[in-house]
Design a binder for this molecule. Structure first.
Ligand SMILES: Cc1cc2nc3c(=O)[nH]c(=O)nc-3n(C[C@H](O)[C@H](O)[C@H](O)COP(=O)(O)O)c2cc1C
Length: 346
């Protein structure tokens, strides 16, 4: 089946980036419901992810490739991403209450670099809105569903725990695993929560909450994952590795987007505020992954995110110690063929 994405990309890249994003999600869902998504994505029809199973965090992942958080923030297209071949889909970041996010424009393509800058600011429908969307979108998805949680913009940092605990409780029944996002550069002060002490406190409180929730959910045990930034010093990573090992977190995602602009400094959009993702992040994210892997308890799995633009990039993350990989920007630039390429390579 021919890959129609290069043609689709021409049309999408001619549109405003955020409009193209919403158009793609709604077209994917419609195409899936009508049964012609495989013709658009070049995949042979299956409502479910490609099978190449692996067990991570006590969960059976159909394969090693997942969709990173932020693309399906509201959880409207989970099943459609299953058709594309993803073994897991991480939706969110969701906050307790709905919020509009930052003013537009807030999403920029740096085409020459195969990169994106975003300062979306957790635009999302809140827990209730997301759960409602999932009733439809998750129906025939048999992969692993991760739900990424954060705090509302107007919640002061000193009250951050209330928001993470409320989200954890709210999504517990729907999620296979939950990621606490402490690393978005687009919510003021969020990254300050990445200190080793705060992480220890957050993980312990989430674990206590899980002890309460498990019996209410038929003994369902939901792994807790922490997502960190690439802009951390070596010492900070070592401190976090110790905190993650001691508190026995279930998994870590390295990394979120970067605020560093060195790799794109000559680009006219380089000074746009926000997080940079895609090809300029590949090497840095893999370095952080390798450092965390060498410092942290080897039993805690790492999910590699950041500049996975090819099968080779995905293999480099696995070789550096990742159990799973996630893609976002690579999907925008390469389309669904990237998922197939990664599955062939890793
Ligand atoms: C437009 C956009 C929105 C994002 N939103 C979120 C988010 O809400 N929560 C989150 O944890 N990560 C978010 N991310 C980060 C991605 O999940 C991913 O970690 C990062 O982009 C690096 O991967 P990539 O180079 O494959 O894009 C976002 C990324 C982009 C480009």
């Amino acid at each position: 089946m021919p890959d129609l994405y290069p043609l689709a990309r021409k049309l999408l890249f001619a549109m405003d980036a955020e409009k193209a994003h919403h158009a793609t999600l709604s077209m994917m869902s419609t195409a899936k419901n009508c049964g012609f998504l495989p013709f658009v994505t070049g995949s042979s029809y299956s409502p479910n992810p490609v099978e190449s199973p692996i067990e991570v965090m006590g969960l059976k992942f159909p394969n090693r490739v997942g969709l990173a958080a932020g693309l399906d923030k509201a959880g409207t297209a989970v099943g459609a991403f299953g058709v594309v071949g993803f073994g897991h889909v991480e939706i969110g970041t969701v906050t307790p209450r709905p919020q509009p996010g930052n003013d537009k424009p807030r999403l920029f393509r740096l085409k020459e670099h195969h990169a994106i800058i975003n300062r979306m600011g957790f635009n999302n429908p809140g827990i209730d809105g997301m759960l409602k969307n999932l009733e439809q979108s998750k129906q025939d998805f048999s992969g692993i569903l991760g739900i990424n949680i954060g705090k509302n913009k107007d919640t002061p940092n000193e009250d951050y725990l209330n928001d993470y605990l409320a989200c954890f409780e709210g999504v517990y029944g729907a999620a296979d695993y939950v990621t606490a996002n402490l690393s978005s550069p687009n919510t003021a002060g969020l990254r300050d929560l990445q200190s080793a002490d705060t992480c220890r406190e957050l993980i312990t409180r989430l674990q206590q909450k899980r002890d309460e929730l498990e019996p209410e959910h038929g003994n369902k045990h939901v792994p807790i994952v922490i997502k960190i930034a690439p802009d951390l010093s070596e010492d900070a990573i070592k401190g976090l590795a110790a905190a993650f090992s001691e508190s026995k977190v279930d998994g870590v995602i390295t990394t979120n987007t970067t605020i560093d602009r060195e790799a794109v400094s000559v680009h006219e959009l380089a000074s746009e505020a926000g997080g940079l993702s895609g090809a300029p992040l590949t090497a840095k994210a893999t370095e952080i992954l390798a450092l965390l892997r060498s410092e942290m308890d080897p039993n805690i799995p790492i999910i590699g995110s950041g500049g996975v633009m090819s099968g080779t990039d995905a293999k480099a993350k696995i070789d550096a110690g990742a159990s799973l990989v996630q893609v976002y920007s690579g999907l925008i630039y390469r389309g669904p063929a990237l998922v197939k390429e990664i599955l062939k390579t890793v």
